[in-house]
Design a protein around this ligand. Sequence first.
Ligand SMILES: Cc1ncc(COP(=O)(O)O)c(C=O)c1O
Length: 389
Amino acid sequence: MKTSFLVKNYNRKELSFKRGKGSYLYSSDGKKYLDFVQGIAVNSLGHAHPKLIKTIKDQSKKLWHVSNAFQIPEGEILAKKLCNKTFADYVMFQNSGAEATEAAIKIARRYFYSIGKPKKNRILCIKNSFHGRTLAAIYASGSKKMTEGFGPKVAGFDHFIFGDHESLKKKIKKNTAAIMVETIMGEGGIKVIPSWCLKELRKICNQKKILLVIDEVQSGISRSGDFFAFEDSKIKPDIVPIAKGIGGGFPIGAVLMNKKVAKTMTPGTHGSTFGGNPLAMAVGNTVLDIVSSKKFLNNVKSLSKYFISNLNKIKDEHPNLIKEIRGRGLLIGIQLYKDQTNFIKKLMDKKLLSIKAAENVIRILPPLNVKKKEIDLCLKIIRKTCQEI
Ligand SMILES: Cc1ncc(COP(=O)(O)O)c(C=O)c1O
C-alpha cells in the first residue's frame, strides 16, 4: 500500500523528529539523538536558539515579505555587515546554495560580456565537485551520476582533477571566464584545498585575467573556524556564493562579489521573488552577529582542535578501519577504508546522527556552538562503534 505521497528522490531513514534543542533532536518515538548533521551544516547555532526564536517572533509581527521592487532595510544592513567583514563590495541575496552558485556563474559570464568578450564564458571546475542541483550546477559539478538522464548537456563547463595542477593549467583556454572551486569539498569527501593551492589559483587567475569563484556554501559562515575557509590563504576571490549556515535553518543564499563584477549586474540582469525578504534578512543578521565575533571563531577553532586530535587518537587505535581524519573547523570527515553505510547506521543506533560524503567519508557537522561534553559523547560513541566493527 502507498504510504507516502512524496516523490522518492531521497533515500530517507525511517526516523522523524518532533523537536530539537541545541545539539539534540527528539524523535517522534521519544528518543534523544545527538545531531551532528544539523541539516547538513545549516543550523550554525543548533536547534531552537533563543535569539533566533526571538528574531523570528519579532520580525514576523512586523513584516515578512515585500518585493525587491522596494527598498529592504534589513537586507541593506546584512549586506553591509557581510561586506565589512569580508573581501566583498556588494551582495545579491538568493534562497539556496544552488541558486547562489548559479548566479555566480551568471555574474562571471556577464562580466566578460560587459567588457566586450562574450565568447569568454567557460567555467573551469573540479571534476566531481558539488555546486548544487540546478541544471547549470550539476554540469558545473561534472558528476556522471548527477547529470545522468538530464540532458542535453548544459554547455560551458570544463573540469580538472582535484590536485592535478598540470591539467588545471592546460584546461585554461582563451574562452575560460573563471575557475570555480569549493575551499573544502563537502559532498566530495571533506577534501581541503590547501592555502598554498588557493594562493596559486589566485595567481593563475591574475595572470590569465580570469575570475576566481570560491563556493563557500558549505565551508563558509564560520564553519571552518574562520568566517570563510579561504581566509587562511589571505587571498581575495572575485565572487563567493554562500547559503546554508547564514540562515541558521532559514533558507538564505547570497552571492558576495567585488565591485569590478558587481558593476555589470544592472537592473533586470538577475532577480528573485523571495531572495532577501525581510524575514530572511532579520534571521541572517542575528546569525551573523553571533557567529562572526572573534570570540565565537576562536571557540570554534579550539573545539575543532580538541575534536580532531581526539578523532586522530581513535584512528591510531583502529589503523585498519580509519584511513584519515579530514577537514577543518567543525566540518570534519572520518574516512574509512571501506563503505561507511554500516558504520553510520551503528552510530545512529547509538543515537549519534552523522552523514555520508564521497570516498567512504562520514561527515561530522555539529552546530558551531556545540558543547565540549557533547563532543566527548560523540567521541565515546565513535570509539565504541570502532571497537564493535
Ligand atoms: C559547496 C556547495 N555548493 C552548493 C550547494 C547547494 O546548496 P543547496 O542545497 O542549498 O542548493 C551545496 C549543498 O550541499 C554545497 O555543499
